[in-house]
Design a protein around this ligand. Structure first.
Ligand code: WT7
Length: 649
C-alpha cells in the first residue's frame, strides 16, 4: 500500500533547490563514471593548504583493501570549520546551545567566539602534553565544550574518540584502553531530562582500569562537588584562562586520522571505526548542503548526541564546514513534556529539523496535542535517520510536524560510511514513506542474493552492498585492519558489506529492511547481541545467555534475553531485576534488557551451535514458522521455550 504513496517535491522546494532532478541525474552519472574529476571539483569547497593532485586511490579487492582519498592534500579541519568563516561571517552564529531546562538561558556562540574557545582548548591540550596523532577520549554531555573539544583536537592533529555519556565506566574504560588515550575530557556532571549524570565519578571508576591516562580535563558544568585528583585532574576553565586565545592550526595530510568512534558489530568488542581528514570533511559538508538543501543563514537542528556519528557529521563537522548555524540540545524530547522539541523549534526559528524514528514514534504516541499547538512557520525540511521509519510515523511527521508543507529526508547511512549514502535530494527526488530513495553522488549500491549473486534487475531484494569507495568511508578499525577487512569485505568479496537487508522497487528506490547480522538497533542505537551476551555471562550466577531482537513499537527493536543459570542456582524473579541492572552497569542504560526468559536449555545443534533463528521466532511470538527443528540435539527444549515465553518485563 505505502509503495503507492508518492510525494512530489513542493513548488517551494523546487524553486530553491541546489540540485534539480536533471542535475541530480547528470551529476550522479558523472560521479560514477569520472570519480576523479567529480571529487576534485567537490574538494574545492574546502580550504586546502595544499590542494590534492591525487584524488581517488582505493581498492576493495580482498584481502588487500586500501582506501585513500586526496592523499597528497594538506588541510586542517578546524580551520575549515572556523577560521575561514571569520573574515566575512565572524559574527554569524555557529552554535545555538539549548539547555536541558527550558527555563535556563540558551547560548548563542558566534564563529568568532567559537574560534577563541577552540584555540584556548587546543592550547590547554598541548599544555597537557597532547601531540599530533595522540588520542584523546571525550566523555561529555551535550554542552558546547563537546564541540570545542572535538575541534580543538582536530586543530592540533590529535585524534578524538567521543564516548556517549550514557555508557558505563566499564564501557568507557574499554574504549580508553583500546586506543591508548592518555587524556580524557569530561564534566563534573551532565544534565538530561531533569536528572544529572555523574560523569566525573564514572571517569574516576573507569580510570581504575586505565593505567595509561595521565590527565583528566574537567568542565565545571553543574557545579556538583566532585573529587579532583591532585596532579591528574585539571579544571577546564582554570586551564583555559591561563593560555593564549589563538593557536595555529596544524597542517594535516588528507589521510591523517581525524577521529575514532566505537560502534557495535555482530561479534566481539565494539570496534574503533577510524575516519580521516580530507575525504570525511569534503563529503560531510557536501551532504549537509545537498541533502538538506542548506543555505547560509538557516538554522539547522539535528537532535542526535555528539557521542554518535550523526552528531559528529551533522551537528559539528558538516554544518560548521558550511558556516551554518547548528543547534546543540542538551535535553530529551519528553521532558518537561512531549512538546519540548516544538518549543525549541519555535524559540530558535529552526528551518531544518533532523531526528530519529524512535523519537517520532514516541512523540506520536504521546498525542498530537503537543505538536498541534505549535505552528512552527520557520520549518521547511524534516530529516529522519538511524533506523527504518514505518510509513505511519513518516506520515505523522509529514502531516503533524511539517503541516504537509515540509520535505521529508530519510537518510540511510552508518558510522562506517561517515555521511549520508542513500537519501532524497529535496526538490529533486519525489519521496515514498519508508524509503530512503536514491543514492548520493559517488555511491553505487548493489543488491545481492544471500549467496552473493548480483541482482541485475531493478526490482530486487537481498543484502545491500556498496560497489566502490566514497570519500568519507571509514579507512580501518583502530589497531585491527584485519578485522576491518574481514567484517566488511570478506562476505561478499570486492564490495563493502553494509550488514543491512534491502529491497529495490521498480522505480529504483531503496527500502532498507534492517540488519541481517547479529546487530540490534534499539532506539537508533547499535548494539551487538554478543555484547549483551558477554555482559550477562559475566554475572557469577549465569552460565549461558543468548540475546535476540524483537519488534518494539517505540524503540524499533527491543532486547530479548534467554538465560541459563549455573547448576544449583534458583530461577527466581528477583534475579531478573538484578541481571537487568547488571547489564546496565556493564554496558550502559541503552542496553537494558526488555525481557529475560529463563532457559534451562537452549536450542543447540548437535555440534553445539545455538540456533538463533528459533530464539528470534519465539521472541517474536511467531511459533508457526519455527522451521526445521529436527537437527537440534534436544528438540524438546523448543516446547519449553514456547511455554515460558515472556510477555511482560
Ligand atoms: C545502521 C547504522 C548513521 C546514522 C545513525 C546510525 C540503520 C540508519 C537508516 C535509515 C533504515 C537505517 C541501518 C544501518 N539505519 N539509517 N534511514 N533507514 N535504516 O548509525 O549506529 O552506525 O547504525 O542503522 O541498519 O546499518 P549506526
Amino acid at each position: 500500500m505505502s509503495e503507492q504513496l508518492l510525494f512530489q517535491p513542493s513548488a517551494a522546494a523546487i524553486a530553491r533547490t541546489h540540485t534539480t532532478a536533471e542535475q541530480y541525474d547528470a551529476l550522479y552519472q558523472r560521479s560514477i563514471t569520472d570519480p576523479d574529476g567529480f571529487w576534485a571539483e567537490q574538494a574545492k569547497r574546502l580550504d586546502w593548504v595544499r590542494f590534492p593532485t591525487k584524488i581517488k586511490n582505493t581498492t576493495f579487492a580482498y584481502p588487500d583493501v586500501s582506501i585513500k582519498w586526496f592523499e597528497d592534500g594538506v588541510l586542517n579541519v578546524a580551520a575549515n570549520c572556523i577560521d575561514r568563516h571569520l573574515a566575512e561571517h565572524g559574527d554569524d552564529i555557529a552554535i545555538i546551545w539549548e539547555p536541558d531546562n527550558p527555563n535556563d538561558q540558551a547560548e548563542h556562540i558566534s564563529y568568532r567566539t567559537l574560534h577563541e574557545k577552540v584555540c584556548r582548548c587546543a592550547n590547554v591540550l598541548k599544555s597537557l602534553g597532547v601531540r599530533k596523532g595522540d588520542r584523546v577520549t571525550i566523555y561529555l554531555p551535550m554542552i558546547p565544550q563537546a564541540a570545542y573539544a572535538m575541534l580543538a583536537c582536530a586543530r592540533i592533529g590529535a585524534v578524538h574518540s567521543v564516548v556517549f555519556g550514557g555508557f558505563s565506566p566499564d564501557s568507557l574504560a574499554g574504549r580508553i584502553n583500546d586506543c591508548d588515550s592518555a587524556v580524557v575530557i569530561t564534566a563534573d556532571e551532565g544534565r538530561r531530562g531533569g536528572k544529572t549524570v555523574p560523569l566525573k565519578a564514572n571517569v574516576d571508576k573507569a580510570l581504575e582500569d586505565c593505567p595509561g591516562v595521565q590527565k583528566v580535563l574537567v568542565v565545571h558544568n553543574t557545579g556538583a562537588d566532585v573529587a579532583m585528583k591532585g596532579s591528574r585532574d585539571v579544571w577546564w576553565h582554570e586551564a583555559a584562562a591561563g593560555v593564549e586565545p589563538f593557536n595555529d592550526p596544524e597542517p594535516m595530510n588528507a589521510e591523517d586520522p581525524l577521529f575514532i568512534l566505537y560502534t557495535s558489530g555482530s561479534t566481539g568488542k565494539p570496534k574503533g571505526v577510524l575516519h580521516t581528514t580530507g575525504g570525511y570533511l569534503t563529503y560531510t559538508s557536501l551532504t549537509h548542503e545537498l541533502s538538506f538543501d542548506y543555505k547560509r543563514g538557516e538554522v539547522f537542528w539535528c537532535t542526535a548526541d555528539v557521542g554518535w556519528i550523526t552528531g559528529h557529521s551533522y551537528i559539528v563537522y558538516g554544518p560548521l564546514a558550511n558556516g551554518a548555524t547548528t543547534v546543540m540540545f542538551e535535553g530529551i524530547p519528553s521532558w518537561p513534556d512531549a512538546s519540548r522539541f516544538w518549543q525549541v523549534v519555535e524559540r530558535h526559528k529552526v528551518n531544518i529539523f533532523h531526528t530519529a524514528p524512535t523519537a517520532i514514534r514516541s512523540l506520536m504516541g504521546a498525542g498530537a496535542e503537543y505538536v498541534e499547538k505549535h505552528d512552527m512557520p520557520s520549518l521547511r525540511l524534516l530529516g529522519t535517520v538511524g533506523e527504518p521509519i514505518n510509513p505511519e510515523a513518516w506520515l505523522w511527521y509529514y502531516n503533524k510536524v511539517g503541516k504537509g508543507r515540509c520535505e521529508i529526508v530519510d537518510a540511510w547511512w552508518q558510522t562506517e560510511t561517515g555521511g549520508h549514502m542513500i537519501a532524497p535530494f529535496p526538490g529533486a527526488i519525489p519521496t515514498k514513506p519508508g524509503s530512503a530513495t536514491k543514492p548520493f553522488f559517488g555511491v553505487i549500491p548493489e543488491v545481492l542474493s544471500p549467496e552473493g549473486k548480483v541482482q541485475e534487475q531493478t526490482k530486487a531484494e537481498g543484502v545491500l552492498v556498496i560497489k566502490d569507495s566514497w570519500p568519507s568511508q571509514a579507512r580501518t578499525i583502530w589497531g585491527d585492519h584485519g578485522r576491518f577487512v574481514s567484517t566488511y569485505f570478506e562476505t561478499y568479496k570486492g564490495t563493502y558489506f553494509t550488514g543491512d537487508g534491502c529491497r529495490r522497487d521498480e522505480d529504483g528506490y531503496y527500502w532498507i529492511t534492517g540488519r541481517v547480522d547479529d546487530v540490534l538497533n534499539v532506539s537508533g542505537h547499535r548494539l551487538g547481541t554478543a555484547e549483551v551476551e558477554s555482559a550477562l555471562v559475566a554475572h557469577p550466577k549465569v552460565s549461558e545467555a543468548a540475546v535476540v531482537g524483537f519488534p518494539h513499537d517505540i524503540k524499533g527493536q527491543g532486547i530479548y534475553c534467554y538465560v541459563t543459570l549455573m547448576a544449583g542456582e534458583a530461577y527466581d524473579d528477583g534475579l531478573r531485576g538484578e541481571l537487568r541492572n547488571w547489564v546496565r552497569k556493564e554496558i550502559g542504560p541503552i542496553a537494558s534488557p526488555d525481557f529475560i526468559q529463563w532457559a534451562p536449555g537452549l536450542p543447540k545443534t548437535r555440534s553445539g551451535k545455538i540456533m538463533r533463528r528459533i530464539l528470534r521466532k519465539v521472541a517474536e511470538n511467531d511459533f508457526g514458522s519455527l522451521g526445521d527443528t529436527s537437527t537440534l540435539a534436544d528438540p524438546s527444549v523448543v516446547d519449553d521455550l514456547i511455554a515460558n515465553r515472556q510477555n511482560k518485563p
